[in-house]
Design a protein around this ligand. Structure first.
Ligand SMILES: *[C@@H]1O[C@H](CO)[C@@H](O)[C@H](O)[C@H]1NC(C)=O
Length: 434
């Protein structure tokens, strides 16, 4: 199921690089005086012809790309949705994947499509981090026959249209406003995506006929200030330390309501620091890699009393296996016409790796693979939402989902670095501004 890792070579090493055409003026001036008029006329005509063809090509490309990206009202959109949703194996799942151009969403979509499930992707391509990375992931999905619609989970009309077009058996809901510290700058976006968007999506699921089973991404951050370790699903989660965590905890409560009132089958997955190829540029392992390569200093947070922060880093392929197992074991929703016909399944699982690694250890692994020494700037962690450590108890997921993470941080970061270098190159100029 290493969906993307082995596909590095199918990607250009410097995406978006454009060739600069030599406009080479100087040598054209040499014969000016001997052949002034005809030469001049010839060049003018050539230039005009070139300009005309350039302009018509540009307007053609412009209209066709607009046609492709926003043609929701045309038959071709409907056909693309239906084709993408068609499983290629008997009894294949039909899954709406939200956040399909995101990190986990793109990997999960590819893994499902690879085994013959039908996938329709939805993503709003927002600019929380470089949208060109999301577009590159979409191209990869598109090459596997997966259509990723540019649209928002808050768009109830669009969702209704999709559920009218396709009988989804499952929804894998991974769209979210991620990140802990960004909530200080933009609190509304967390409410918009993780609360309002979730409700709009669940409304569409509850109204759908048949109702899909819903598997969605919660977060290890719901453990907040809980200090019992390892974190278990029975521990308290009513002390969030960030707005992000609070909206994910809210999601667990909201999905419970839709399970209770409308009979939606719900599985919430608490992800623990997912990393790997095609990852999110806002995460520490990613920005450390970029800065180390650019010989820029990195900021390493440390807890009170000089205790190192630690994270239960979980490799993307392990998380994808957990998502797929959750989909495969989900029972059907019980509602018909928006009315509950019987009790429905409600589950919550930790998906972690059970071996927390400190941030300085993470940095030394990266230094080793990148063959560059990091310039570390160690400061005490500001109280902006990060928790000092995470550590998952994954017994429940192991017993009920057969979840068994296989990749340790050394192996996983090796694959990440290999991807990073193939995608951005060593100089990594494209990564500058996030
Ligand atoms: C992990 O959680 C299970 C219940 O899911 C519990 O029985 C077990 O004792 C926990 N393990 C530890 C080390 O806390």
């Amino acid at each position: 199921m290493r969906a993307l890792v082995d596909d590095d070579d199918s990607f250009p090493s410097t995406p978006g690089k454009t060739k600069i055409i030599d406009r080479g003026g100087s040598h054209h001036h040499r014969h000016r005086h001997s052949l002034v008029f005809p030469r001049h006329l010839l060049w003018t005509l050539l230039f005009l012809a070139f300009l005309a063809s350039y302009l018509s090509l540009r307007s053609f490309l412009h209209t066709s790309s607009r046609y492709l990206s926003s043609s929701f009202a045309t038959l071709s959109f409907d056909n693309r949705v239906r084709a993408s949703a068609e499983p290629t194996r008997p009894d294949g799942l039909v899954v709406l994947v939200t956040g399909a151009a995101g990190f986990v969403g793109s990997h999960a979509s590819l893994a499902l499509a690879k085994r013959g499930d039908g996938i329709v992707g939805l993503d709003n391509f927002n600019s929380y981090y470089d949208p060109s990375l999301k577009k590159a992931r979409r191209s990869l999905l598109s090459s596997q026959g997966i259509f990723v619609i540019e649209g928002d989970i808050n768009d109830a009309k669009l969702l209704k249209r999709l559920f009218d077009l396709v009988s989804f058996t499952h929804v894998l809901h991974l769209a979210a406003q991620a990140g802990v510290r960004y909530a200080i700058q933009n609190p509304d976006s967390y409410v918009h995506s993780n609360v309002a968007g979730l409700v709009t999506l669940l409304e569409a699921c509850k109204n759908a006929n048949p109702q899909p089973a819903v598997v969605w991404a919660s977060s290890s951050s719901v453990y907040g200030l809980n200090d019992e370790v390892p974190f278990s699903e029975v521990h308290r989660t009513d002390q969030p330390a960030s707005l992000y965590a609070a909206t994910k905890k809210t999601g667990e409560a909201i999905t419970h309501v839709y399970n209770h009132i409308y009979g939606l089958s719900i599985t919430g997955l608490r992800f623990f620091t997912v990393y790997g190829p095609w990852g999110r540029p806002d995460m520490a392992y990613f920005s450390f890699t970029r800065n180390i390569l650019q010989k820029k200093p990195i900021t390493v947070y440390r807890g009170k009393d000089h205790v190192d922060l630690a994270r239960d880093f979980t490799y993307i392929d392990d998380i994808v296996k957990g998502c797929v197992a959750a989909l495969d074991t989900a029972e059907k929703s019980t509602g018909i016409g928006g009315i509950k016909m019987g009790p429905a399944q409600y589950r919550i699982y930790n998906l972690g790796n059970t071996s927390p690694v400190t941030v300085p250890t993470l940095v030394s692994i990266l230094e080793n693979y990148l063959k560059v020494k990091a310039k570390k700037h160690v400061i005490e962690m500001p109280g902006n939402g990060d928790v000092p450590f995470t550590h998952a108890n994954i017994t429940l997921a192991r017993v009920e989902l057969g979840y068994k993470p296989k990749t340790n941080l050394e192996e996983g970061l090796k694959k990440f670095v290999k991807w990073y270098l193939s995608y951005y190159g060593y100089s990594s100029r494209k990564g500058r501004n996030w």
